[in-house]
Design a protein around this ligand. Sequence first.
Ligand code: MN3
Length: 202
Amino acid sequence: MPFQLPELQYAYDALEPHIDAKTMEIHHSKHHNGYTAKLNAAIEGTAHDATPIESILGQLDMGNAGLRNNAGGYYNHCLFWDVINPNDRGTLSGDLEGAIVASFGSVDAFRDTFSAAAAGQFGSGWAWLCVHPGGAVKVCSTPNQDCPLMPGIGCGGTPILGLDVWEHAYYLNYQNRRPDYISAFFDLINWNEVSRRYEQGK
Ligand code: MN3
């Protein structure tokens, strides 16, 4: 199988109380595992068999719903686990902080913009911070498992921070209180990882 479910680099209960262990376990071992298996099934025997996931997304035929949903679901969750890794979280600083202030006016304004994108995504989807060549950062949201690496989706560029706002990501703990989950997310962000992705993507 070309794609494997990545092992989580931390325990399912490592994000408590913000994200509970049961949610993490189901989200990783069932949902992400499902996207991974269906992605492998969708590319089996096709030219995509040995293609990196970023290239599959970048060249995606948006009419291919099976590949669109599962390649997006695979990639989006890989990014999500990394940007909420609780080990060595760091703080927002350096070039990334400068880019955020340049684009949004302040870190607080960025937080408001990102939170509004996450809260305003109707139904299932994601909120994103993306970097464009040259280093400018933008916020957007996408429906379902769409991802800004896909043609014509969201704010384009390279995603460096993503928040899953599907109910499966928060419902056990937060029920309909998506804004509380969004607020908790800001305590979970691994800024070292986001900065690493920023430097790579700019
Ligand atoms: Mn999810």
